[in-house]
Design a protein around this ligand. Structure first.
Ligand code: CU
Length: 450
């Protein structure tokens, strides 16, 4: 939120800023910019102070309502689809603690500027594991975070995403009433359908129609942070009865321009600023197929002669409304089901080896297309019988990564990339069931005989 400060607050705040700058990694450049603002602008009313911010996001499977009467299973951050809106000030030192409480691998990939350790691709965070992401919030604008486990479009469709808003350090935006709109796709019958059954806004179809409509006042500035978490067609975001201003790609470094409708492709965003001159009830929606499939909303513009002095965020209200409609119920998994509590560094010692000298040893192929839960065959052979003391080699012939993970926590291959293999020795007679932690519908069995 852009908060306008009083003179005394501002003085105090500037002091804090100076101290913080001395302790910040990017102290030199930030301090130079900060001091410049401080020196030249007596009424620098809304300069934001970068700070350290920590959040915990938990990967959880839930059952929730996505459309009236339609409860579905979703994969989420913190139990909701989308997850909570993260809000930072440009320059904040951000720490995100990630805990995976589901039986398959997930990650958090953030849009914006950061290094590869916090890019959320590797490591894939396996069941029961934790990982910490660190970055400096940059640039200012509307961005997003989402899971980047594979297949990524499936993890996104299943609900693993949320908006990330980075407010500018320096005041470039006027006071406005602010809303966050995360656009997505959901298909309870088949998440790989190109055309989805539902195109919800903030995870619930037609959420803002009727009793939950958005409210604003005549002539006041309304700002929408619009994020497209769809995976196929672009959204064409449209407001009724007003031409609006757009910051393309959601970036405040872009010069805003006028629009009647703005195209937002999958993985892209826009900041939309609008004003309605006349009181009334107005629609907003994507132009096209999505509007009949859950993407319709209403904004009620009330008569008023007041003007906004400070920005007013409606985002907490939106999140409460979303939770009230979705009624999420978390699916709990035991430590056993999550493969025990493991330290992610422990896997490095037995990473997949290259495909060499494999003649003559028992082997299991992970066949092409195994990631698809509709394909019946994945590990081939599904059951393999070996003598005590044998080594078995698993070879990944599929296009995406897989694991070979014992259901009882006896072994775990970690990630086996395309074309790579992994071996495990079996020293005791018995039967061992295993699965892929990334795609738990893939199952196999080893029978070890004397
Ligand atoms: Cu995921």
């Amino acid at each position: 939120m852009i908060k306008k400060l009083t003179d005394s607050e501002n003085t105090k705040n500037s002091g804090n800023r100076a101290i913080l700058f001395l302790t910040t990694v990017a102290a030199v450049s930030l301090a130079a910019m900060g001091l410049m603002v401080f020196a030249q602008d007596e009424e620098a009313s809304a300069v934001q102070t970068p700070a350290h911010k920590e959040f915990t996001l938990v990967a959880e499977e839930v059952e929730l309502e996505v459309s009236p009467g339609q409860r579905v299973k979703a994969w989420t951050f913190n139990g909701t689809m989308p997850g909570p809106t993260l809000r930072f000030t440009e320059g904040d030192d951000v720490t995100i603690h990630f805990i995976n409480k589901t039986p398959m691998a997930h990650t958090i990939h953030f849009h914006g500027n950061h290094d590869d350790e916090s890019d959320g691709v590797l490591p894939q965070v396996l069941p029961g594991e934790t990982y910490t992401y660190n970055f400096v919030a940059d640039p200012a604008g509307a961005m997003m975070y989402h899971c980047h486990a594979y297949p990524t479009s499936l993890h996104i469709r299943m609900g693993m995403y949320g908006a990330m808003i980075i407010d500018p350090k320096e005041p470039v935006l006027k006071p406005a009433r602010e809303f966050s709109l995360v656009l997505s796709e959901f298909d309870p019958e088949n998440q790989e359908n190109f055309v989805a059954k539902y195109y919800p806004v903030n995870g619930y179809t037609d959420q803002y129609m009727g009793e939950n409509s958005l409210h604003a006042k005549q002539n006041e500035l309304v700002r929408f942070y619009v994020v497209n978490m769809g995976t196929t067609v672009p959204y064409s975001f449209h407001l009724h009865s007003t031409i609006f201003k757009v910051y393309q790609s959601g970036l405040l470094s872009n010069e805003p321009f006028d629009a009647q409708t703005i195209e937002i492709g999958p993985g892209n965003a826009a900041i939309v600023e609008a004003t309605w001159k006349w009181p009334g009830t107005y629609l907003f929606h994507s132009h096209g197929l999505q509007e009949e499939r859950g993407n319709m909303g209403e904004i009620v513009v009330e008569p008023s002669e007041e003007t906004l002095q400070d920005s007013v965020s409606m985002i907490d209200w939106q999140y409460e409304t979303q939770k009230r409609l979705q009624q999420p119920k978390v699916i709990e998994y035991s430590d056993q089901e999550l493969g025990g509590q493991t330290d992610i560094t422990a896997h490095a010692s037995h990473l997949a080896q290259s495909l060499e000298n494999i003649d003559g040893e028992p082997r299991v192929r992970i066949i092409d297309g195994s990631w698809d839960n509709k394909q019946k065959e994945s590990y081939s052979p599904k059951e393999i019988t070996v003598k005590v003391g044998s080594e078995i080699r698993w070879i990944n012939e599929d296009a995406v990564m897989h694991t070979v993970t014992s259901k009882e926590g006896i072994f775990d291959s970690s990630l086996i990339s395309k074309g790579k293999s992994w071996t495990q020795k079996f020293d005791a007679a018995g039967t061992v069931e295993y699965y892929c932690a990334l795609h738990p519908w893939m199952e196999g069995m080893v029978i070890i005989k004397e």
